[in-house]
Design a protein around this ligand. Structure first.
Ligand SMILES: Cc1cc2nc3c(=O)[nH]c(=O)nc-3n(C[C@H](O)[C@H](O)[C@H](O)COP(=O)(O)OP(=O)(O)OC[C@H]3O[C@@H](n4cnc5c(N)ncnc54)[C@H](O)[C@@H]3O)c2cc1C
Length: 384
């Protein structure tokens, strides 16, 4: 069974970070249009990421000896929430900060930690995640990209797809097969840190429906990897990836993807003063959902801070959060379509709405599809 999620508050010392981050964002993000802010964690700005690094806000939870701040999960929650709420362009460092850094800190050798973590904390090493492959998306156990042992390391061949920011990243952490056949499912998978400049690697961006290029196909043609490219234990890739996905699913980005549109729309209602009943009801409903989801996300953060692994709760919050994020453009789009409340809505709001409407279907795919999450929830409830 799933334990009830307790309502918890954010500790005062972490809450205090909020004002510092807001003050920084006020000066560093002047007058960015809403449709640019709506891209937020798909937005890529290396200078912005390095500025966060100078404030000690990258690798917030990583050890001090490697340039981190050794703060807890609540501090990271507050920082993430403020960045996403403002629509800051966080895509350059997001994966390194959220997943690759903690993964290297947990499983890396001393040499790997010393090499990668300080660069992650300074915003000088950006990472991408190489899990998905054609014919192995949700079914990661059927990954076919293979690394063969050689005299000096490993030889890598295969293909990854949907790799977010591969074309702008320095490194990929990839899940690949190192032994056995795909028939053995979860056995024989390992993770490698791959320098994307190595010979034999081709990165081809894919243009999405909104016209942006953020994810890619990545091809490996007999790429020679050194011995120390392996991270963690050979053959333990499945267990390592499962732990990594818990970092990916528990963050506030699974609630705030459409938040710029909601903020802009509520601003519009506020400016108009007189708001008709359908818009008032919709605003109330959306804010009630947001408040509930946020309380769930904070409660999960408390579990992470206590060293627990709330996998089922994170899956539940991601599934409900995704529904909320996908509802925002539909509800607001319909209301604006039937808008009898005065002057035309601002073009900036409409552009942000158009962008979010285009990308919203992907919210319930990335980071684990809705069906996969519901399977996990069923397992957590003892129903499978
Ligand atoms: C915006 C975006 C960014 C992404 N970034 C990355 C990235 O950086 N790195 C990366 O590795 N991947 C990334 N992905 C890939 C993403 O994680 C996969 O798309 C996802 O895992 C699903 O895989 P698939 O597309 O191959 O679909 P499939 O796995 O083929 O699934 C197709 C459909 O079948 C359903 N299905 C599959 N298996 C089951 C089952 N056992 N029970 C019930 N239903 C099932 C799925 O839910 C889905 O609806 C990204 C995807 C998107 C949309």
């Amino acid at each position: 069974m799933i334990e009830p999620l307790a309502l918890v508050g954010i500790p005062a010392e972490d809450q205090a970070l909020r004002d510092e981050v807001r003050a920084f964002l006020q000066t560093s993000l002047p007058a960015v249009p809403a449709d640019v802010r709506a891209r937020s964690w798909m937005g890529f700005d290396a200078d912005f990421s390095r500025a966060l690094g100078r404030h000690g806000w990258l690798g917030l939870t990583l050890p001090r000896e490697y340039g981190g701040s050794e703060r807890g999960a609540f501090a990271r929650f507050v920082l993430s929430e403020e960045l996403l709420n403002a629509g800051a362009p966080v895509g350059a460092h997001w994966i390194a900060d959220r997943q690759s850094g903690p993964l290297i800190a947990t499983y890396g050798t001393a040499a790997q930690k010393a090499l990668y973590l300080p660069k992650i904390c300074r915003g000088e090493a950006f990472f991408c995640i190489g899990m998905s492959e054609p014919n192995a998306g949700s079914d990661l156990a059927s990954v076919r990209t293979r690394a063969e042992k050689t005299a000096h390391g490993w030889r890598l061949s295969g293909q990854k797809i949907w790799t977010t920011q591969a074309h702008r990243s320095h490194y990929m952490i990839a899940l690949v097969r190192t032994s056995a056949s795909t028939a053995e499912r979860h056995a024989g998978l390992s993770q490698f840190i791959i320098d994307l400049k190595l010979p034999g690697i081709t990165v081809r961006p894919i243009t999405d429906l909104a016209g942006d290029q953020h994810f890619c196909e990545v091809f490996f043609d007999n790429v020679e990897l050194a011995d120390d490219a392996l991270i963690g234990t050979e053959g333990s890739g499945w267990q390592q990836v499962t732990a990594e996905l818990a970092f990916e699913r528990s963050g506030p980005e699974r609630i705030y993807s459409s938040i710029v549109v909601l903020n802009e729309w509520i601003d519009l209602l506020r400016r108009r003063g007189q708001v008709r009943e359908p818009a008032r009801i919709a605003a109330g409903r959306l804010l009630a959902q947001l408040a509930t989801l946020r309380a769930m996300s904070v409660a999960i953060t408390a579990k992470l801070a206590a060293g627990q692994s709330p996998v089922t709760e994170a899956a539940l919050t991601k599934d409900l959060g995704t529904e909320f994020e996908q509802a925002i453009p539909i509800v607001i789009g319909d209301l604006l379509d039937n808008d009898a409340d005065g002057a035309a809505p601002p073009a900036e709001l409409l552009r942000a709405l158009a962008y979010v409407t285009h990308v919203a279907p992907s919210y319930s795919l990335r980071g684990g599809t809705r069906e996969i999450l519901r399977g996990m929830i069923a397992r957590g409830l003892g129903l499978r």
